[in-house]
Ligand binder design. Structure first.
Ligand code: PEP
Length: 251
């Protein structure tokens, strides 16, 4: 079974409303007729306006994070229902910037994954090792433990709502990319772990994106690898030309 390619843009803390709407319009135009799955994930404040641009198109609206709580006295937080209310269908959880700057742990992220699924949101679950962990030979063990703990208590039936993004921390925003072979090797390890904890069928179906300085120059090589099913794109998602060039590589 061929897995569909899935490209998601993580805009991080960039773009005012006018800028985000303009970029979304360009992306919608350039994405017309493409067969790959596409999502853009802007900041919370522009979601509602960007939703007006992407609604009814082949570009999905995603968020970059959400609360682990449903509602209530959690100042500054955004709930899954609020995301759905403004047209969001997918949420990035466990991004390495959330893990490292805001102390998000595997169990905290797992709580969010479960809540997102309960509320009917799809999830992009990010995993990835730091440079120190890679140099210590721990890349595989770190990543598989993030996968196992992030998916704790999640049934096989729910996996169709989850995508895993392998993002080596040392490659995010640094211009350094894992070689296609190195990235594919970790994707394969993730798939083997999914086969072990779920089933061979579940592992075969799982979309595993690569993230970490993916750009038009390296996207084709990465996306040609057997276990790389798409990309989570940061910097290169902030301009429609570079994002569209990556989309073309996924066709
Ligand atoms: C990311 O933040 O998910 C990411 C992959 O960023 P960049 O493409 O800029 O490395």
């Amino acid at each position: 079974m061929a897995r569909i390619k899935y490209i998601a843009g993580n805009w991080k803390m960039n773009k005012t409303t006018a800028e985000a709407v303009a970029l979304a319009k360009e992306i919608v135009e350039k994405a017309k007729g493409l067969k790959c799955k596409i999502a853009i994930c802007p900041v919370f404040t522009v979601l509602s306006e960007v939703n007006k641009v992407v609604r009814g198109t082949n570009v999905l609206l995603g968020a970059q994070n959400m609360s682990d709580k449903e509602s209530g006295a959690f100042t500054g937080e955004i709930s899954p229902d609020m995301l759905k209310d403004v047209g969001v269908s997918v949420v990035i959880l466990g991004h390495s910037e959330r893990r490292s700057y805001y102390g998000e742990t595997d169990s905290f992220i797992n709580g969010k994954v479960k809540l997102a699924l309960e509320k009917g949101l799809d999830v992009i679950l990010c995993v990835g090792e730091t440079l120190a962990e890679r140099e210590a030979g721990k890349a595989e063990s770190v990543v598989t433990s993030q996968v196992v703990n992030g998916l704790k208590d999640i049934s096989e039936g729910m996996l169709s709502h989850i995508v895993i993004a392998y993002e080596p921390v040392w490659a995010i925003g640094t211009g350094k990319t894992a070689t296609a072979a190195d990235a594919d090797a970790i994707h394969k390890v993730i798939r083997e772990k999914l086969a072990e904890i779920y089933s061979a069928d579940a592992a075969e179906k799982m979309i595993i994106q690569y993230g970490g300085s993916m750009k038009p120059e390296n996207a084709a090589g990465l996306l040609a690898m057997p276990n790389i099913d798409g990309g989570l794109i940061g910097g290169a998602a902030l301009k429609s030309d570079s994002f569209a060039a990556i989309l073309k590589c996924a066709e």
